[in-house]
Design a binder for this molecule. Structure first.
Ligand code: NAD
Length: 511
């Protein structure tokens, strides 16, 4: 099960297609690979090939799928460095960060495979009083073929959160990676073909731009799992509405950290800097805003700015983060920083010299202090190596401001009080919150991952993530016939009088 396949150029093309596109290394501009632009016919063909594969894959049952998912994760674990090199080349992030995201993806694959039967398998449920002569069964059945459209910022971890859980639930998957990271998508599919040779069509990749994604929405998939920006998410939903295709939406965020009076300020600063600046700030659940109470604000700002000064973007082994993956994003980040400065905020930049970088894709970190709440840097997703820090009276004001955006993906709370931390976390308007750390929820496979509001809906990961790629199936079986059958035209009129009396006795006393 270990044959090495050509994991990049050409490996996804089984169609006659003339159009191609290049993916490039954001650090150097060098071409990483050339990929087909799959048109609507090619996408439909791929989905049609996935349909019988989905039936065979579902028929393998939980154990058969678990075994094959284990072979896949084994393959990924043995070739982690090869995949991390490719992620470094195509996305730009440091090799170590690529290893971290692959590690998380492998752990989730293991969990999904191990927990699918318990979460989704057939079970008996209590039939209840009204159907006491029946047995009742519940099971979660696969949807068939699931379409997955992914972003470029975590090109392994993010799509695998849908792909791995959809496969474990018994679906086949057709994946369209971002046009910025097609080589990684193609590598993941080639790895599947090598590791699971008896089910190659259960996981396939199509490549291209937005039109290829739209074609996947229209190809008759059982569900479309989308991860990307809110603007594109709206288009995807509109396209899926044409065929009543259900959607899962993992969208952007504007995550906040609350630093309370009793917080470990050094640890909070360390977490904020990593949460904001790692992956050049291109993390959907990255920290973009901090609200620090007046009791800790000065110490926190001093600690953050000292730490930020040590950061150095680059592409070498010692770089703390890489270039921006998508060149157009640099304009948005610069606009947010400049607007923060002109609106009265203070900007503290890292020590790295912008003029020494080989191209415009490298951004020096920027800490934006006491920026007005209506600024773009506070309200819109910046998706770059920036962090706003705002002084607030207390944690209540921090929570109020943290919650005052249309987004609601994740967040973080720093306090030594367990009760206070849990209370603030519960009331934070987000799908996920880490107390005294950042982004930890992503590394707990049992926890669901997803947002509220403009951050989307639906969940990947955990039991909810498995169920997301299924439909609930309800079955009853009559065990014994009763002398009186209420769902028959033959029931005596007196039967419903007796039922009404019984209901009055059982429930009538509740006011
Ligand atoms: P994007 O919305 O530009 O693109 C995402 C994907 O959609 C790409 O594969 C793209 O080709 C495809 N696409 C574009 N137009 C389409 C259309 N009309 N129909 C179908 N598909 C189409 O997002 P991006 O720039 O790749 O990713 C960054 C965004 O993703 C950020 O907003 C980030 O916060 C978000 N994100 C969210 C999560 C999460 O789990 N919530 C995770 C990672 C990234």
């Amino acid at each position: 099960m270990d044959t090495v396949t050509d994991a990049t150029a050409g490996s996804v093309d089984r169609h006659d297609t003339t159009q191609t596109f290049e993916s490039t290394n954001p650090a150097t501009g060098a071409v990483v690979g050339v990929f087909p632009v799959h048109d609507a016919d090619a996408v439909r063909e791929t989905v049609e090939r996935a349909r019988p594969a989905a039936e065979r894959w579902a028929a393998l049952g939980f154990d058969g799928r678990r075994q094959r998912l284990a072979a896949y994760r084994g393959y990924l674990a043995r070739r982690m460095n090869e995949l991390a090199d490719l992620v470094h080349k195509e996305n730009g992030k440091p090799h170590g960060d690529a290893i971290l995201e692959i590690t998380l993806a492998i752990d989730h694959l293991a969990w999904a495979g191990a927990h699918a039967r318990k979460t989704l398998g057939p079970r008996r449920v209590k039939a209840g009083m009204l159907a006491a002569n029946h047995a009742a069964y519940l099971e979660y059945q696969p949807l068939g073929v699931v379409g997955v459209i992914g972003p470029w910022n975590y090109p392994v971890f993010t799509p695998m959160g849908s792909i791995g859980y959809a496969l474990a639930a018994g679906n086949a998957v057709v994946f369209k990676p971002s046009e910025y990271t097609p080589a990684i998508g193609a590598w993941l599919a080639a790895a599947w073909r090598a590791a699971v040779p008896d089910s190659v069509d259960a996981f396939q990749v199509v490549t291209g731009y937005g039109e290829t994604g739209a074609a996947l929405c229209r190809a008759g998939v059982g569900k479309l799992a989308f991860t990307g920006s809110g603007a594109t998410g709206r288009k995807v939903m509109a396209t899926c509405a044409e065929t009543l295709t259900p959607v899962l939406m993992e969208l952007g965020g504007k995550d906040a950290m609350i630093v309370d009076d009793d917080a470990d300020v050094v640890a909070a600063a360390d977490a904020a800097v990593w949460g904001a600046m790692s992956n050049a700030g291109q993390t959907c659940t990255g920290i973009e805003r901090v609200y620090a109470t007046s009791a800790v604000y000065d110490r926190f700002v001093a600690e953050v700015t000292a730490q930020v000064r040590t950061l150095r973007p680059g592409s070498d082994d010692e770089a703390t983060y890489g270039p921006m993956t998508m060149p157009s994003q640099t304009g948005i980040v610069r606009r947010h920083v400049e607007a923060a400065a002109t609106s009265g905020g203070r900007v503290v930049r890292g020590d790295a010299d912008q003029s020494l970088f080989p191209n415009e894709n490298y951004l020096v970190p920027a800490v934006l202090l006491d920026v007005p709440e209506e600024s773009a840097a506070i309200r819109e997703e910046t998706f770059g190596p920036t962090l706003t820090i705002t002084k607030v009276r207390d944690a209540e004001e921090a929570l109020e401001r943290a919650n005052a955006t249309s987004y609601g993906l994740a967040g973080s709370v720093f306090t030594k009080s367990k009760a206070r931390g849990l209370d603030l976390a519960r009331r934070m308007r987000s799908g996920m919150t880490s107390i005294n750390s950042v982004i930890t929820f992503a590394s707990v496979p049992a926890l669901p991952f997803g947002g509220v509001g403009d951050s989307g809906f639906g969940r990947i990961h955990g039991e909810d993530g498995l169920r997301e790629f299924t439909r609930a199936k309800a079955i009853t079986r009559q065990r014994v016939a009763l002398p009186v059958n209420l769902t028959s035209f033959n029931r005596p009129a007196s039967a419903m009088d007796s039922v009404a009396r019984l209901m009055g006795m059982l429930h009538g006393r509740h006011r």
